[in-house]
Ligand binder design. Structure first.
Ligand code: GLN
Length: 483
């Protein structure tokens, strides 16, 4: 889709201003019902579009993504734009700088339509944890878009952005992509700078693209990846154009299917998944059953490491150092006792009012796991199991080129269906969290649909690749997609 729009812009079939206006019209028509956007950046978008049109008029070359409208998850900072992470505590926060990915996109001439909804601080699997609104699935608005990048994904699926950026700590790009029938890519940990993304769990977070095709995901990855001195965990850049590696040939490649992931699959999902295996075979790939023996510990390991990092990363939001201050609830005793009590009350009230239930739950769990006396039993143990999970992947990748499974164990569920039961919600990420724990790249792409309540609800397949083998993994998914 990006390539076609690029051709149209270059050939003067449409201007960037016209294209951008079309997308704002789509947002106006659809977004009241879908709820993908939190903030619209119309002035910025129109300026960017006009700049590109002027450049084209002067006969200058334009980049592939130049003049093409996109949306940005609202936990990624854009200079001068409200950035809430869908939390009340950042309700009035205007970012004072651009995240590195935004700097890069601006240099390429991307047009930014607005900021999209998410689960508060990216914690959730349905975008129901947003402090502002629930994002609906464009295919069936009684159902969730998935999460936490639900807004970014719904915007692309509804046609109210050509592509978008999300963040993925345990599946937040891939699971909603699977629910809404689009492509979502989590790059290798370290491939894309996290500078300027509001941290959830720093050893797991990655930024990645959500698109209509695998090729589009490759195009965006080429433009946002690379080493960045502002993120010490970003890896040395290889300056690849990933789109140049999409040969459409995967003959002789080996795809491993982890038995631990698929043995419990049943019903329609199983059928769709098995059909997709047949398709990979018909494209010349070899399918092998493999084992990732520590998979059963992945969810508990994730929920200890992630919550520990969350409790530490979110400590700064106290109404004094960072975040909106809620201090009108002081009792008179606190006032009489002077500053120290008042300061503590301010912290407590701010965090009590500013954070939602799921965020508080995770801060408490993480604080507990890190506290003296429990650190060895929980956090340290979880780090050790994480190493075992990573080794499972190292061993598997000695024998196979890619690892493949469904992205999620289910299709999109109904709004409200799981919101009262956090554990049920956590299970939605069972296949996606291991890629974050191991740090490998992973992509979700549509492999079929299941007819439910009169709608064809999409299912995604997830390919995981070797560390820094995005080009191989993207080529494999692309080959599937074009055939
Ligand atoms: N759904 C997962 C969670 O709730 C993953 C979130 C994410 O990737 N940001 O933690």
């Amino acid at each position: 889709m990006i390539r076609e729009l690029h051709e149209q812009l270059k050939n003067g079939k449409i201007t960037s201003v016209q294209l951008t206006e079309q997308y704002f019209d789509a947002i106006e028509k659809k977004d009241t019902e879908i709820g993908a956007y939190l903030t619209i950046t119309k002035k910025l978008a129109m300026q960017q579009a006009q700049f590109v049109d002027d450049k084209i008029a002067r006969g200058k070359e334009i980049d592939l993504i130049e003049g093409i409208p996109c949306a940005i998850k609202d936990n990624i900072c854009i200079d001068g734009v409200r950035t809430t992470a869908a939390s009340k505590i950042l309700d009035n926060y205007i970012a004072p700088y651009d995240a590195t990915v935004i700097k890069k996109l601006k240099e390429c001439g991307a047009v930014i339509l607005g900021k999209t909804n998410l689960d508060e601080f990216a914690m959730g699997s349905s975008t129901e944890n947003s402090a502002y609104k629930v994002t609906k699935n464009p295919i069936d608005t009684a159902r969730v878009a998935g999460g936490s990048s639900g807004g970014s994904v719904a915007a692309v699926a509804a046609g109210s952005a050509v592509w978008s950026l999300g963040t993925d700590t345990g599946g937040s790009i891939r699971q909603p992509a699977s629910f809404c029938g689009v492509v979502g890519l989590k790059p290798t940990y370290g491939r894309v700078s996290r500078s300027g993304a509001i941290a959830m769990a720093s050893s797991l977070d990655q930024i990645g693209p959500i698109t209509n095709s695998v090729e589009d995901a490759a195009i965006i990855l080429s433009r946002i990846s690379g080493q960045d001195l502002l993120d010490a965990t970003s890896a040395k850049s290889s300056d690849k154009k990933y789109e140049d590696y999409l040969t459409g040939d995967i003959s002789g490649k080996t795809i491993g299917v982890p038995k631990e992931y698929v043995e419990s699959l049943e019903g329609e999902i199983k059928n769709v998944f098995e059909k997709s295996l047949e398709k990979f075979k018909s494209l010349g790939a070899k399918i092998e059953t493999i084992s990732l023996p520590h998979s059963e510990y992945a969810l508990s390991t994730y929920y200890i490491i992630m919550t520990s990092e969350v409790s530490s990363n979110l400590a700064k939001f106290d109404g004094i150092k960072l975040g909106m201050r809620f201090d009108d609830e002081l009792d008179s005793a606190a006032k009489e006792n002077g500053l120290s009590k008042k300061l503590l009350e301010t912290y407590l009230d701010t965090r009590k009012i500013g954070f939602g239930d799921e965020v508080k739950r995770r801060i408490m769990l993480g604080t507990y796991a890190l506290s003296a006396g429990y650190y060895d039993a929980y956090y340290l143990k979880a780090q050790k199991v994480r190493t075992l999970i990573r080794r499972d992947f190292e061993n598997a990748f000695k024998a196979v080129d890619f690892i493949y499974s469904p992205t999620a164990p289910e299709v999109s569920f109904k709004v409200g269906e799981k919101s009262a039961d956090p554990l049920k919600m956590y299970l939605s990420d069972i296949y996606t969290i291991t890629a974050n724990l191991a740090g490998v790249p992973a992509i979700s792409f549509p492999i079929g649909t299941i007819s439910t309540d009169g709608n064809d609800l999409p299912i995604g397949g997830q390919l995981m690749g070797k560390w820094f083998d995005e080009e191989g993994m993207l080529n494999c998914a692309h080959t599937y997609e074009i055939n």
